[in-house]
Design a protein around this ligand. Structure first.
Ligand code: ZN
Length: 71
């Protein structure tokens, strides 16, 4: 089911947005120096349960928030 968006900030834009994904890289650090001792090669998309973590940015006013704020 597609979701309709409306920017809660400007209250005008229903058509033009940026979808913003969060990316995570797993790392291990030395506890005394803070140096990264190992890092995964890939950056992975962040999921909240089975839903992709997604933010939305209004292309008109630049307001950025969780997708929920726009639906
Ligand atoms: Zn807006």
């Amino acid at each position: 089911m597609p979701k309709r968006y409306l920017c809660p900030q400007c209250g005008q834009n229903r058509t033009h947005f940026y979808l913003v994904k969060k990316l995570a890289q797993e790392v291990r650090k030395d506890p005394s120096t803070g140096k990264i001792t190992w890092a995964a090669d890939e950056w992975e998309e962040v999921w909240a349960g089975d839903t992709l973590f997604l933010e939305v940015k209004c292309a008109d006013c630049g307001y950025l928030a969780n997708e929920k704020a726009f639906t």
